[in-house]
Design a protein around this ligand. Structure first.
Ligand SMILES: Nc1ncnc2c1ncn2[C@@H]1O[C@H](COP(=O)(O)OP(=O)(O)OP(=O)(O)O)[C@@H](O)[C@H]1O
Ligand SMILES: [Mg+2]
Length: 507
C-alpha cells in the first residue's frame, strides 16, 4: 500500500474517544483538593476576578464545594466551549495575565474530587444567567457527551447571586473523592472535609500570595468567610539576605529571572516568625527553588535536580525563579500547574546559584547568622582564621598554603629549631603534593556536598579545641581571649556550641 501523502485521503477510520471511558480517565490527573481548587482559582484570576469566595458546605453525601467569583463571566457559547474537555489548544498564545494553558483544568480539577460539576455564569452586559452541568453518571450511562442545561440541586441557591452580581460560580457535587466513605463514619468524614478546607486556605495563601493583600492589585480570597492571608516564602525581615539583585537569563525571546535569598537564623526570629517561616511543610521541606509562572507559584521549594538533598543545614536557602507562560512547554508545566522542570539549557545556571546559596545558607545556619561575632568583648572587625590561604606564586599560578599562624599550627611550630624544621617539612610536603587538579575536577561535586571540616569526626573537635587553648595560654593569652579567637578559627567556627560549652566550663 502506498504511503498516504495528504490528509484528505478517504482511507481512515474515525477513532473518537469513548465518552464514558475518557471522562472517567479525566479524574486521574493526580490532583489534591488543594491543587484542584488552585486550578479553579487560576480561572477566576484569569477572568479578572477581585473577590473569590470558597464555600465548603457539609451535608453528608450531599455536601458540596463552591467557588464564587466576581470575574468577567461567560456567555452561553463561551460556557459550552469552556465545559468541553480540551476547550483551548495548549499551542494557543495566551495573554500575560492568563493562567491557563491546556483547556482542561476546570474539568480535570473538578472531576478529580467530584462526579458532578455545575457552572453558573453571567457576563456584565448579559441579561441571562447561563448554567451547564457535567454529571459523570449520566455520561457513563448514555455513553454520550451530554452537557446538561440544569444545575445540580445544591447549586440552585447560587443562581440568584450570579443573577444579581454577575461573575462565575463553580459548584462540585457528588464529591466522592473529597468526602471518602461518608456512610461508614459521618463524623470522621466531616472532620476530614473541614480539615481539607483549612489546608486549602493555607495552600491558596502560598500559591496566590503575589495576588493577595492590600494595594491596587490586591485580590481577596475567602474560605468559608476567612480571608486567606498571603504567605511569602521570602519573609520580610531585616535579617533576610538577598544574595544580589535578580539575575536575568534571556531565553527563547523571554527572560527567566533568578534571585537567591538566605532567610534569618532561628535566633533572629521570635516564635511566631519561626512558625510563619516554616510555612505549610516546615523549614527543611521549604528550601530550594520557588518557581513562579505569571506570578502564580507553581513549585514551593524544590532543588529541581540542581543540587543535593534537602539538608537541615541548607534549610534557610530559598531562591525565587520567575518566568512567563510563553515558556510553559520548555518548563514542562503540567495540567495541574504543580510541577515544573527547568529547561536543560538553564540547568548550569541553576546549579551554580543553588550551590552558592546553599553555602551561604549553611554559613548562616552554623554561625547563628553572625559571620563576625559582635559581642562587646570581641573586636567587631575580626576576621576568620582560615586553615588554608590562597596566594600567587612567581609564575602567577594560584597556590594554596597552610596558615602557619593558625593556633593549631603555630602550636606545633613552637618547639625547638629542629622540631620546627621537621613540622615545616611536613607542611610543605602536604602543600606541594596537594592534588589541586584532582580537586578542581571534583569541585562540582564538592560544591553540592558542602563538606564541613571534621564533619565525620565531630568528637575530635573538642579535643582539638582544648589543645589549641592550651597552646595559646602557654603563649600568654587568657583562656577567654583564646576562646574568642578560636571561635573565629577553622574548624571551630563551624562548631559554635562546642566553643560555648568550653567557655561555660562544661568540657
Ligand atoms: N471562573 C471563570 N470565569 C470566566 N471564564 C472561565 C472561568 N473558568 C473557566 N473559564 C473559561 O473556561 C475555559 C476553560 O477553562 P479550563 O480551566 O478548563 O482551561 P484553561 O484555563 O483554558 O487551561 P488550563 O487547562 O491550563 O487550566 C477558560 O479558558 C476560560 O475561558
Ligand atoms: Mg484553567
Amino acid at each position: 500500500m502506498p504511503a498516504a501523502t495528504a490528509d484528505d485521503l478517504d482511507d481512515w477510520d474515525e477513532a473518537a474517544p469513548r465518552a464514558a471511558a475518557l471522562i472517567e480517565s479525566l479524574r486521574s490527573f493526580g490532583y489534591s483538593p488543594e491543587t484542584a481548587l488552585a486550578d479553579l482559582l487560576d480561572n477566576s484570576v484569569s477572568a479578572g476576578a477581585m473577590r473569590m469566595d470558597l464555600k465548603f458546605v457539609w451535608d453528608e453525601e450531599s455536601s458540596h464545594v463552591a467557588v464564587v467569583d466576581d470575574g468577567d463571566g461567560m456567555t452561553a457559547d463561551v460556557l459550552v466551549e469552556a465545559m468541553r474537555p480540551g476547550s483551548v489548544s495548549p499551542l494557543a498564545v495566551r495573554h500575560r495575565t492568563d493562567l491557563g494553558r491546556f483547556g482542561l483544568g476546570l474539568k480535570t480539577a473538578s472531576f478529580s474530587q467530584a462526579r458532578e460539576l455545575t457552572v453558573i455564569t453571567r457576563t456584565p452586559g448579559g441579561r441571562d444567567v447561563n448554567v451547564r452541568r457535567w454529571d459523570l453518571d449520566l455520561v457513563g450511562r448514555t455513553g454520550q457527551w451530554r452537557l446538561q442545561r440544569t444545575p445540580a440541586e445544591q447549586a440552585v441557591p447560587y443562581i440568584d447571586h450570579v443573577r444579581a452580581e454577575g461573575g462565575t460560580t463553580v459548584v462540585w457535587t457528588k464529591c466522592d473523592q473529597l468526602l471518602g466513605d461518608v456512610d461508614r463514619s459521618p463524623e470522621k468524614a466531616a472532620d476530614r472535609f473541614f480539615r481539607v478546607a483549612a489546608q486549602v486556605q493555607a495552600h491558596l495563601g502560598m500559591t496566590f500570595h503575589r495576588f493577595l493583600g492590600t494595594g491596587r492589585r490586591g485580590r481577596i480570597i475567602r474560605v468559608d468567610g476567612n480571608v486567606v492571608e498571603p504567605w511569602d516564602p521570602i519573609m520580610k525581615h531585616p535579617a533576610t539576605h538577598a544574595l544580589g539583585p535578580p539575575e536575568r537569563i534571556p531565553f527563547m525571546g523571554s527572560v527567566i529571572s533568578v534571585q537567591p535569598f538566605v532567610l534569618p537564623h532561628r535566633s533572629k526570629l521570635d516564635e511566631s516568625e519561626q512558625r510563619r517561616g516554616a510555612g505549610i511543610r516546615g523549614w527543611t521541606a521549604h528550601q530550594g527553588f520557588y518557581v513562579y509562572r505569571n506570578d502564580r507559584l507553581v513549585v514551593a521549594g524544590d532543588w529541581l535536580g540542581a543540587a543535593g538533598a534537602k539538608d537541615e543545614h541548607t534549610k534557610l536557602a530559598r531562591i525565587v525563579v520567575d518566568f512567563d507562560s510563553s515558556l510553559d512547554l520548555q518548563w514542562q508545566i503540567d495540567v495541574k500547574k504543580s510541577t515544573a522542570r527547568p529547561p536543560g539549557i538553564v540547568m548550569d545556571d541553576l546549579r551554580r546559584v543553588a550551590a552558592a546559596t546553599r553555602r551561604a545558607a549553611e554559613e548562616v545556619y552554623r554561625h547563628r547568622g553572625n559571620i563576625v561575632p559582635t559581642g562587646a568583648h570581641r573586636g567587631a572587625d575580626r576576621q576568620f582564621v582560615l586553615a588554608w590561604q590562597e596566594f600567587k606564586d612567581r609564575s602567577g599560578q594560584v597556590r594554596l598554603r597552610l596558615n602557619r599562624t593558625h593556633p593549631i599550627l603555630s602550636g606545633a611550630l613552637n618547639g625547638s629549631v629542629e622540631q620546627r624544621r621537621a613540622v615545616d617539612r611536613v607542611l610543605r610536603f602536604v602543600e606541594e603534593t596537594l592534588p589541586t587538579s584532582l580537586i578542581g575536577i571534583r569541585l562540582a561535586d564538592a560544591l553540592d556536598r558542602e563538606v564541613t571540616p571534621y564533619e565525620s569526626r565531630p568528637d575530635e573537635v573538642a579535643k582539638l579545641l582544648r589543645y589549641a587553648v592550651e597552646v595559646m595560654v602557654v603563649a600568654g593569652a587568657s583562656t577567654t581571649a583564646a576562646l574568642d579567637e578560636l571561635a573565629l578559627a577553622e574548624p571551630f567556627c563551624s562548631y559554635p556550641a562546642i566553643v560555648e560549652s568550653m567557655r561555660d566550663g562544661e568540657l
